[in-house]
Design a protein around this ligand. Structure first.
Ligand SMILES: Nc1nc2c(ncn2[C@@H]2O[C@H](COP(=O)(O)OP(=O)(O)OP(=O)(O)O)[C@@H](O)[C@H]2O)c(=O)[nH]1
Ligand SMILES: [Mg+2]
Ligand SMILES: [Zn+2]
Ligand SMILES: [Zn+2]
Length: 392
């Protein structure tokens, strides 16, 4: 089965997830506060709804100062909406995993990879939709890892730090492949999707109640990247050489998975007899730390060829999917694997490392990301945004 992106006649606010018809959008005047009372007091401007059809209004004029404004505001939560809201399809990707599973580092490295390498291979480009995304990515993700070689700090609970609830929102714009093939790139746009990435604080995934209020994006998501820390698995902890630094034991992965599945079922009214159709990419994070337990000839030790082949390499995926699933099962994740197949229609197993090295005193010793793009490309493939090919 493949999922289809359909043009919608509504939009969903990426902050509060309320659903609105396309003409239900408010504006905010951004004139100099000394000039305009509406701008100074942050008065919400409501356009006349009768007049326009069910399509997104691009701008309106402020009734106080007459300035035209393009700043759109969600009628429910008053957050500033992405400028292209309602014009494109949107995908919400949630990265979940227990505390310390490696979510924040994964997001830091993945977004950098998409910006720098995926674009040229797939004739697309990723651009932040607002300053909040640019600033948050730079300050909380990019700067520590890429500029200061430092570990990112623990993500704080959304209950105490509301910035955690703010997604990183990007437009992924695909350009038409020119008739002359790869060398002459067309500038015509063939597709745009808005992608919101949510980083979650592992501690917020410890109770269904918190998930329901603080992590609404999970049950509204189009794809889930579920990170599994191999260092949390009993069989791995026992087999690693003595003296290996191990993180504290956190939430059991099968508990987190069943909590996630229950939440999605309840919120969307999906019966137990039905499978959930949100694709789930299950990925071992930190595979660098368990290198000694993996067969040296395993596909996990080779880089994936999706980017160099400029397609989703289905043969590589099949190898990895099989290898990783059997590792999950043999390392004590039998129950997890069963639960996954009993709840979700579409899933794949992956293995990756964001850092590719251990850290010493909070410093990243040698940054060497490996296979971080695989789950993301699989999701794009599932949504038919990139094509898949078997090895010839
Ligand atoms: N060896 C290795 N360690 C990693 C890697 N990624 C993360 N780590 C370690 O795991 C710790 C936790 O990583 P985070 O990305 O902060 O984990 P998180 O899932 O965001 O954790 P919370 O924010 O608490 O939910 C880091 O401080 C690193 O010590 C990796 O690729 N390899
Ligand atoms: Mg984190
Ligand atoms: Zn909203
Ligand atoms: Zn004004």
């Amino acid at each position: 089965m493949k999922l289809n992106l359909k043009k919608k006649d509504y939009y969903i606010c990426p902050y509060c997830f309320s659903k609105h018809s396309l003409n239900d959008v408010n504006f905010m005047c951004k004139n100099d506060p000394d000039v305009c009372k509406n701008a100074k007091e942050g008065i919400v401007l409501k356009p006349d709804r009768e007049e326009n059809k069910n399509e997104i209004l691009d701008s309106i004029c402020c009734r106080e100062c007459g300035e035209r404004t393009h700043i759109k505001i969600c009628p429910t939560c008053q957050a500033e909406l992405p400028f292209a809201i309602g014009q494109y399809d949107d995908l919400v990707f949630a990265v979940i995993g227990a505390k310390e599973a490696g979510k924040s580092h994964y997001i830091a490295v993945l977004i950098n990879k998409i910006m720098n390498e995926i674009g040229s291979a797939f004739n697309c480009s990723l651009s932040a939709v607002n300053d909040a995304t640019i600033n948050r990515y730079r300050n909380d993700f990019y700067n520590p890892v890429f500029k200061r070689n430092e570990l990112i700090r623990v993500t704080r609970s959304a209950k105490t730090d509301s910035s955690v609830k703010q997604p990183l929102i990007y437009n992924l714009t695909f350009k038409e492949q020119g008739i002359m093939g790869k060398f002459f790139k067309s500038r015509r746009i063939s597709n745009v999707v808005t992608i919101a990435f949510f980083d979650t604080a592992g501690e917020d995934l410890d109770s269904e109640d918190t998930m329901k209020t603080e992590n609404r994006y999970i049950y509204n998501s189009s794809g889930i990247i579920f990170l599994l820390d191999p260092l949390q698995l009993e069989n791995v902890r026992e087999r690693l050489p003595e003296g290996t630094a191990l993180p504290e034991e956190n939430t059991k992965i099968e508990d987190l998975l069943s909590r996630t599945a229950n939440l999605i079922r309840k919120a969307n009214g999906i019966k137990m007899s039905k499978l959930i159709d949100i694709p789930v990419a299950v990925a071992f994070s930190k595979v660098d730390a368990v290198e000694s337990l993996v067969d040296p000839s395993s596909c996990i030790n080779y880089p994936s060829k999706h980017i160099s082949r400029a397609c989703f390499d289905l043969s590589d995926f099949e190898d990895m999917n099989g290898t990783m699933e059997s590792l999950v099962r043999s390392w004590g994740g039998e129950n997890f694997a069963e639960q996954l197949s009993l709840n979700f229609k579409e899933y794949g197993y992956f293995g990756l490392t964001a850092l590719g090295c251990n850290s010493v005193d909070g410093k990243i010793t040698k940054l060497r990301p490996h296979r971080v793009e695989d789950p993301f490309l699989w999701l794009l493939y599932k949504y038919k945004l990139i094509k898949g090919e078997k090895r010839k």
